[in-house]
Design a protein around this ligand. Structure first.
Ligand code: SAM
Length: 223
């Protein structure tokens, strides 16, 4: 249950210096410290974060994962990579949390530039749709923590869930679909189907994937 992991009462209470010690020790005065900009929601074993880390070495990024053992594995994986590759993987970390409840405890308004939802659990039954990590009300929260122009990336091998996520995003007033050109030019898009453990499993089994990238369009007006 949630009582097994600490929940920060606000983003100011997250000990980011523990997550990114090298960035913090070299940052000098407090005001120059970077904020996390990418969040991988339900990061699983961390394959996407590891790939993003070297692709965007100056961007702080974090994985959010509910399972304790999986989170510990990702922590160890990152520490091992930092040891074997001095100076690298300093920008990536992971936290054990329930992202469906605690996103606003970790990120301020407009802080994130990218949020990733890769192969989320499908929750097939209609009565369980409320457990899906993309839903109309959770999109309100994601729009809050994303900056203007920030992007949500989704991919799944479950067609019904792909349609659900696309519909939720299309119907939300704060998001609009990225164009083919934008998707093509975005280096993060290329990682969606290949970088995570789940994506690799789907590819091995010859499965189809359904993906969407949506920009967070604040010009629609936020209340
Ligand atoms: N994104 C990874 C990938 O592509 O390999 C993992 C996909 S796995 C099917 C879904 C992951 O989401 C699991 O690791 C699960 O523990 C995690 N998860 C499910 N609900 C969550 C929640 N509310 N908060 C954080 N993580 C969650």
């Amino acid at each position: 249950s949630d009582s097994h992991f600490p929940v920060p009462i606000s983003p100011n209470h997250v000990e980011y210096s523990h997550h990114y010690p090298q960035f913090f020790s070299s940052a000098g005065e407090v005001g120059s410290i970077k904020k996390v900009q990418f969040a991988d929601i339900g990061c699983g074993f961390g394959g996407l974060l590891i790939s993003l880390s070297t692709l965007f070495p100056e961007t702080l990024m974090i994985g959010m994962e509910l399972r304790d053992k999986v989170t510990e594995y990702v922590k160890e994986r990152i520490l091992a990579l930092r040891t074997t590759n001095p100076g690298q993987y300093q920008n990536v970390s992971v936290v054990r949390t329930n992202s469906m409840k605690y996103i606003p405890n970790y990120f301020e308004k407009g802080q994130l530039t990218k949020m990733f939802f890769l192969f989320p659990d499908p929750h097939f039954k209609e009565k369980n749709h409320r457990r899906r990590v993309i839903s109309p009300h959770l999109l309100d929260e994601y729009a809050y923590v994303l900056e203007v122009g920030g992007i949500i990336y989704t991919i799944t091998d479950v067609e019904e869930l792909g349609d659900w996520m696309k519909t939720c995003l299309e119907n939300h007033p704060m998001f609009e679909a990225l164009t083919e050109e934008e998707l093509h030019a975005d280096p993060a898009v290329k990682l969606l189907s290949t970088a995570t453990e789940e994506g690799q499993k789907v590819a091995r089994n010859g499965g189809q994937t359904f993906q969407a990238g949506q920009g967070c369009d604040f010009s629609g007006g936020v209340i």
